[in-house]
Each structure stands twice: as structure tokens, then as C-alpha cells.
Design a protein around this ligand. Structure first.
Ligand code: ZN
Length: 146
């Protein structure tokens, strides 16, 4: 199914959590086919970057109401009480812009896990960023022609 929205999560684990350990937990403890998210943003050796989780062609395993039609992005860390670092925010912006354009999504299709389910995920500090991302991406993206 076409992925026509983005669901953002946080991990509640340290920002430098190894991607392999998240995959191991999702596959071997939770019994999923692969890591739940399509993309992860984390910090290794002091540098923020993004990582591929499960292949984009697979349904997500991160948000049951939206698993079939969303791209799941998880930012490592806990953003309930702490702002999103600038470097992580820049990577999140670039990825959201890329997927909004490549999948011809509405900018408003950028959402948080708690928009769909009774959760605190992705934390209030990421939720505060989402309307700003929507606005900035709406202003940055090429004009849509239909
Ligand atoms: Zn979540």
C-alpha cells in the first residue's frame, strides 16, 4: 500500500542505543519480522545520523492503526522532558521533506504516535515540533501540480 503519512516515535532508550540491539529486541523478544520502524535517528560516536530499519516495502510494526500506510520514524532518546537536539531535528526535517515529496503526501500527513493511539510517544517536545515541521515543509516543498 502507498505510504501516505509519517508517524514519528521516540524510543525511551538512550540516544546512542545500538540499532542492532533494538532489532534484536523487536525480532527475538517481540517476535516481529524486523525492527518495527522504517527509519531510526540516533547518535553514534557523538554524531547524529539516520539508519534504515525494516525495508520501506514492508508494512510497519510501529502503530497498528497506520502500519499499512505510514512510514515509521523513531528518534532515539526520551523527549517527554527534554528538547529534541538541533542535529536530530535537522535530520528529521530532511527525511520528512524527502518522503512528503517522493510520496506526494500532504505536509499535514506528518504525525506523532499519540495522534493515533493512547500513548505519550513521541513525547511533548517532539509533538511541539510537528506543527512547525508541517509549516516549514509546506513552505519548502516544490509546488504540487494536479
Ligand atoms: Zn511510538
Amino acid at each position: 500500500m502507498t505510504k501516505n503519512n509519517i508517524v514519528i516515535h521516540h524510543s525511551l532508550t538512550p540516544e546512542d542505543t545500538e540499532i542492532a540491539s533494538i532489532r534484536n529486541y523487536h525480532v527475538n523478544t517481540k517476535g516481529m519480522k524486523d525492527i518495527a520502524y522504517h527509519i531510526l535517528i540516533g547518535k553514534q560516536s557523538g554524531v547524529w545520523r539516520f539508519y534504515h530499519g525494516r525495508p520501506m516495502i514492508m508494512d510497519g510494526g510501529h502503530c497498528p492503526p497506520r502500519n499499512k500506510d505510514s512510514i515509521g520514524i523513531c528518534i532515539l532518546g526520551d523527549y517527554r522532558e527534554k528538547p529534541l537536539p538541533t542535529e536530530a531535528r535537522e535530520i528529521l526535517f530532511d527525511l520528512c521533506l524527502r518522503y512528503v515529496v517522493s510520496n506526494d503526501m500532504e505536509s499535514e500527513a506528518i504525525t506523532g504516535h499519540c495522534d493515533w493511539m493512547e500513548r505519550t510517544c513521541p513525547g511533548k517536545y517532539i509533538m511541539k515540533e510537528i506543527p512547525l515541521l508541517i509549516q516549514e515543509i509546506g513552505e519548502t516543498r516544490p509546488l504540487r501540480i494536479h
